[in-house]
Design a protein around this ligand. Structure first.
Ligand SMILES: Nc1ncnc2c1ncn2[C@@H]1O[C@H](COP(=O)(O)OP(=O)(O)OP(=O)(O)O)[C@@H](O)[C@H]1O
Length: 266
C-alpha cells in the first residue's frame, strides 16, 4: 500500500470541513477523488503533504510507504515532498516564478533535493523536458513564453523528475481546453506506465474517471459517501448522490470513448 488515509478529519475553528475520511491507494494505481465543489477534496490532498494553512487542524493517520506523515517533523516532510510525494495543481501558472527560466526552475528543484552536480541537473532537466515532448530550447525560456499546455507539460516533467511514489494531481486540466486536457492526461497516463507511480487524481470530469481511474471515491460535505472500483461505481452506483452526479454528466450515458479521437469529439 502506498497511501492509507485513516479516519482523517480537518477542521477550522468554526467547523469540521473533512469528516472521518478513509481511503487507500496502492502502488501504481490511478485513484480518482470526485464530488461536490467545496466538499474538501483539495484540503484532503493538501493534508497528505502537510500543506494545510495554519488555521486548520488535522486528526487521524496518513500512512505513506508505512510512515505516518502526521507524526513526522517538518524537515522529514520536506525530504518526502517533491521526492516521494509530488503535486501538480490546477493553477500551474502560479507554480512558476515569472522571471526564472524553465531551466532555473528545474535546477532549483533538484538542488533543493540534494542533487549537487549542476551539469547533471541540466542533463536530467533536458531529458525530462524531452520526455514530455518539449525540446531543449524550452530550458532557456521563461514561463510566459510557453502556452498553458506546454507549462502543464513542464509541471508534469518536474513533478515526476525524482520518481515519486505518489503524484497528487488536483484538477490539472481545468484551465485547459478539452482537447489539450485529454492530451495532458494521455501524457500523464503514459508517464505513469513508465514510472509506476500512483496517482491521486482530483477531478470534476467523469470522462476522465471513466478513462483513466482504477478506483474512485465520491465526496460530499466533507465525507466519502461511496468508494470502490471504477466499473462498479460507474455502472452500479449505490449512493443517491453518486447517481445524481453520474446522471448529470451527459457523456457518461453515451458510453465513454475508448480512444482519444472519440474522446476529443465530446
Ligand atoms: N484555510 C481555510 N480555512 C477555512 N476554510 C477553508 C480553508 N481552505 C478552504 N476552506 C473551505 O473548506 C471547504 C473545502 O474546500 P476544498 O478546496 O477542499 O474543496 P474542493 O472539494 O476541493 O472544492 P473544488 O472542487 O471547488 O475545488 C470549502 O468550503 C472552503 O471554502
Amino acid at each position: 500500500m502506498t497511501l492509507s488515509v485513516e479516519q482523517v478529519s480537518i477542521q477550522s475553528r468554526e467547523r469540521k470541513i473533512v469528516d472521518n475520511v478513509s481511503l487507500s491507494i496502492s502502488e501504481g494505481e490511478w485513484f480518482a477523488l470526485v464530488g461536490q465543489s467545496g466538499s474538501g477534496k483539495s484540503l484532503l490532498s493538501q493534508a497528505i503533504g502537510r500543506m494545510l494553512s495554519a488555521n486548520l487542524q488535522v486528526k487521524g493517520n496518513i500512512f505513506f510507504n508505512g510512515e505516518d506523515l502526521l507524526t513526522l517533523s517538518s524537515k522529514q516532510m520536506r525530504t518526502i515532498r517533491g521526492r516521494k510525494l509530488s503535486y501538480i495543481f490546477q493553477d500551474y501558472q502560479g507554480s512558476f516564478t515569472p522571471f526564472r527560466t524553465i531551466g532555473q526552475h528545474f535546477q532549483e528543484y533538484q538542488k533543493a533535493h540534494g542533487i549537487l552536480d549542476a551539469k547533471n541537473r541540466k542533463i536530467k532537466s533536458i531529458d525530462a523536458l524531452a520526455s514530455v515532448g518539449l525540446d531543449a530550447t524550452f530550458y532557456n525560456r521563461y514561463p510566459f513564453q510557453l502556452s498553458g499546455g506546454q507549462l502543464q507539460r513542464v509541471s508534469i516533467a518536474m513533478a515526476l523528475l525524482l520518481s515519486p511514489d505518489l503524484l497528487i494531481a488536483d484538477e490539472i486540466t481545468t484551465s485547459l481546453d478539452s482537447v489539450l486536457g485529454h492530451r495532458i492526461l494521455e501524457l500523464l497516463a503514459k508517464k505513469q506506465q513508465e514510472t509506476g507511480c500512483a496517482i491521486l487524481f482530483i477531478t470534476h470530469d467523469w470522462r476522465y474517471v471513466r478513462r483513466y481511474a482504477n478506483r474512485l471515491a465520491v465526496m460530499k460535505d466533507g465525507e466519502i459517501v461511496e468508494s470502490g472500483g471504477k466499473h462498479r461505481i460507474l455502472d452500479h452506483p449505490k449512493h443517491e448522490y453518486t447517481k445524481q452526479l453520474i446522471q448529470a454528466a451527459p457523456t457518461i450515458g453515451q458510453g465513454l470513448p475508448s480512444g482519444l479521437q472519440e474522446v476529443v469529439k465530446v
